[in-house]
Design a binder for this molecule. Structure first.
Ligand SMILES: C[S@@+](CC[C@H](N)C(=O)[O-])C[C@H]1O[C@@H](n2cnc3c(N)ncnc32)[C@H](O)[C@@H]1O
Ligand code: SF4
Length: 384
């Protein structure tokens, strides 16, 4: 897998979208007036400099521009942000620099501009490969636009991933399997495949509560998940994380940093960070409302409105929760170093007997495919 060190990533959040998708509870906002990108670029520069004061000098292992819809950023805005990262920390040549893009906001010229600014990987929000489901998901693109965006991205960027959402209403195993095969025909070397979840506060939450649509039940969802594992593995893109699939070596370096419990700074409205300060791991989170975040950064130098120093046991719990999402699992010694105690052998034996976890050699532990489906419960049990 791509290096084995947890790493130090930089996450930049662009909080605007052309429309709000009915399933999405990410920090994304629709604005009918043009966004002042100059002002945002300056604020990103300011907040990055403040973060640098806190982390000290570091070697960056990846940069991720997420959203929202970062493909609504002007290439000049992206260039200013990437330059600012390089001014504050060491950015070795060739590190992974990802930008999330929506197929509806793709223009060849902008893509070339992102590439010139330094972006070398794009993550495209394709979501479905049939028009009826794209409409249901509230997306602004159709299948032919998605395929065009994939083609263009493959031409311009060295690396490409795209996202699909499955376990949609009425989706049969046969239909999903065929759609997934088609997706892999178009894929480069990475896919993110998420089961549709109903998040509180979204339009889907209201509609679902009012029985306007139904989702596959637990058994059907488990079957769709199993198909996802089988089809992707057979086609050379096995899961390296619950929802992420890659040809070996093409895993997302940035996301591995989260799951391997590395360090990252989070900049922009609603961004989270986790890094070591004065020898302890601290959490930061910033003001979510874009305009309020701007005001804070312009007056105080940052939009951080909260955070805490994690206790050893909180750190250990987070390490378990993140690491067991990975096919490579967790390093048991690292758990012991973080928490000051070993995982309980009797509890591990029970979970292993139930087929939910499995050892990897003598020093690692992973969740099995059945364990992944009930991972929160497995982690809660292990962490007790
Ligand atoms: C927050 S979006 C940002 C990227 C970009 N704006 C887009 O929509 O493609 C990241 C990904 O999370 C996934 N996602 C968001 N909400 C979800 C939900 N409720 N259920 C399943 N997947 C979801 C989608 O696949 C989406 O591509
Ligand atoms: S899924 Fe993507 S495009 Fe849709 S609202 Fe969320 S962030 Fe915006």
């Amino acid at each position: 897998m791509t290096g084995s060190e947890p790493g130090f990533g930089v996450y930049i959040h662009w909080p605007f979208c052309a429309a709000k998708c009915p399933y999405c509870d990410f920090n994304s906002h629709v604005r009918h007036q043009p966004v002042d990108q100059e002002r945002f670029a300056s604020a990103f520069e300011t907040e990055l400099a403040t973060m640098r004061e806190r982390t000290g000098p570091r070697d960056v292992t990846s940069i991720f521009l997420g959203g929202g819809t970062p493909s609504l950023m002007k290439p000049e805005t992206v260039a200013r942000v990437l330059d600012a990262v390089a001014k504050n920390w060491t950015v070795p040549d060739g590190i992974e620099i990802t930008l999330e893009a929506n197929p509806s906001s793709v223009e060849a010229e902008r893509f070339r501009g992102y590439r010139a600014a330094g972006v070398n990987r794009v993550s495209l929000g394709v979501q479905a490969l049939n028009d009826a489901d794209l409409r249901f998901l509230g997306r602004l693109h159709n299948v032919s636009e998605a395929l065009h965006a994939i083609g263009l991205a493959r031409e311009i960027f060295p690396r490409l991933s795209f996202d699909l959402i499955y376990a949609r209403p009425g989706q049969t195993p046969e239909a999903w399997s065929a759609e997934l095969e088609q997706a892999i025909d178009h894929a480069a070397d990475h896919l993110s495949l998420y089961q549709l979840t109903i998040e509180e506060g979204t339009r889907f939450h209201t509609l679902y509560a009012a029985h306007k649509f139904e989702l596959p039940d637990a058994e059907a969802s488990a079957e769709l998940y199993a198909i996802t594992q089988e089809v992707t593995a057979a086609r050379g893109l096995p899961a390296y994380e619950i929802s992420n699939h890659a040809r070996p070596g093409a895993e997302s370096r940035h996301n591995l940093t989260y799951w391997r419990y590395g360090e990252y700074v989070g900049v922009g409205p609603g961004a989270h960070g986790r890094f070591i300060e004065d020898g302890r791991r601290i959490v930061t989170f910033t003001e979510k409302m874009p305009e309020n975040w701007l005001d804070l950064v312009e007056t105080k130098g940052h939009g951080v409105i909260g955070g805490e120093t994690l206790t050893r046991s909180e750190e250990a719990d987070e390490f378990l929760l993140m690491g067991l999402r990975l096919a490579e699992g967790i390093d048991l010694d690292r758990f012991e170093r973080l928490s000051g105690r070993a995982l309980s052998s009797p509890r591990m034996s029970i979970l292993q007997g139930e087929g939910l976890i499995a050892p990897v050699g003598n020093s690692r532990l992973r969740a099995t495919a059945s364990g992944m489906i009930v991972l929160d419960a497995v982690v809660a049990d292990l962490a007790r």
